[in-house]
Design a protein around this ligand. Structure first.
Ligand SMILES: [Zn+2]
Length: 363
């Protein structure tokens, strides 16, 4: 819920573009422990014959907090039910539109600017989500067009607390029923806003872009400097890391560096600018990739060891190509440049497979 000045301005704007409407209604404090309402047989929207009950709608906050909605049945007739169904279908479509617009605008900007930071991507995705909101408003089913006040659900949960719910009710008969039960009911204008689906879709798009896509489009590559001089690592001419040299095998040497997926030119320079290595290859293949510039004469291999009841894989040692500096590994790696622990060391007794990358002077 947005309160105060911003909320008012937002409502004015939404009303002007037809995405919000208000009607005379009631504000109800519905207690959690209140017994179910005797619903009668009428439709609480138009007074017709009730065919089904629906639950009140909730705010975005309610949805995000996984708060439950009151078990408050609102009687609806056949006609009102089909109108609500159309509005629910519209809501699903509007939500999906915001996701599609949010994610695809982030993807498009990734294609154009490969080095997009996470924050820029999220901003672009949010902008796409807003466009998706306006497109969503054009889809049919959103409005009632039948003149029964609000277009959708006549009971909308605006706040939840430990005692129960604050519900805005746009149905006279429902409010009267509640009043007769001794529930606190005050008259007020109730507002229906068509922003929930787009806001939810926008948030989902932001989660997708911020998490999965960012991770997918910018994979991590293990970079290790096995020379005795520090080097600057560049991807497509852009500096991504400065690595100090580690001569010989040292446990945990190197670090993961994020670089954009796709065909890349990886280059390593000394601090004096002299190129030590230039490798062309596809970033983002396999499970793990290792870039070891300047590793001429050094060999790399994977050691696999089974623990517990797991079968020892063959071969135990897999040599990595001597000619390439960018290695793509099909299996996950559990440790870098240290041997697998002994079977006796307790931690691995429960069983499993462990794989480490080792390095040493080529024979
Ligand atoms: Zn009805």
């Amino acid at each position: 819920m947005i309160h105060g000045w911003i909320g008012e301005k937002l409502d004015v704007f939404l009303t002007r573009i037809g995405a919000a409407r208000s009607a005379a209604g009631f504000r109800v404090e519905w207690d959690k422990d209140a017994s179910p309402l005797e619903l009668g047989s009428e439709c609480h929207l138009c007074g017709g014959v009730r065919v089904r009950e629906v639950r009140p709608s909730g705010s975005l906050w309610t949805a995000l907090m996984w708060r439950s909605l009151p078990k408050l049945g609102i009687g609806v007739c056949e006609k009102c039910l089909s109108r609500l169904l159309r509005r629910w279908m519209w809501a699903g479509l509007a939500c999906a539109t915001s996701i599609v617009f949010g994610v695809s605008s982030a993807l498009a900007s990734w294609v154009v600017f490969e080095w997009l930071s996470s924050w820029t991507a999220l901003l672009v995705s949010a902008a796409g989500g807003v466009v998706g909101f306006f497109v969503g408003l054009l889809f049919p089913g959103r409005l009632s067009g039948s003149g029964v006040g609000l277009g959708g659900n006549p009971a909308h949960v605006v706040a939840t607390g430990s005692r129960g719910w604050i519900i805005e009710v746009a149905s006279d008969s429902l409010a009267q029923l509640m009043r007769r039960r001794g529930v606190r009911v005050t008259e007020c204008r109730v507002v229906e806003r068509d922003v929930f689906p787009a806001a939810l879709g926008g948030l989902l798009a932001a989660c997708l872009v911020g998490g999965e896509l960012q991770w997918y489009l910018n994979p991590w590559v293990r970079v290790v400097n096995v020379t005795d001089v520090p080097m600057v690592v560049e991807v497509d001419g852009r500096e991504v890391a400065v690595m100090s040299g580690v001569v010989g095998e040292q446990p945990g040497a190197g670090r993961y560096v994020q670089m954009p997926r796709g065909f890349r030119v990886l280059r390593a320079r000394g601090l004096d600018g002299v190129v030590i290595d230039e490798t062309r290859g596809v970033v983002g293949e396999g499970r793990v990739q290792l870039y070891a510039p300047g590793s001429v004469g050094r060999c790399f291999w994977v050691e696999r060891r089974a623990y517990g009841g797991v079968w020892q894989p063959k071969p135990e040692v897999v040599e990595l190509s001597r000619s390439s500096r960018l290695h793509t590994l099909a299996e996950p790696i559990d440790g870098w440049f240290e041997p697998n622990p002994d079977v006796e060391s307790g931690r691995w007794l429960s069983g499993g497979m462990r794989r480490v990358v080792r390095q040493g002077q080529c024979r």
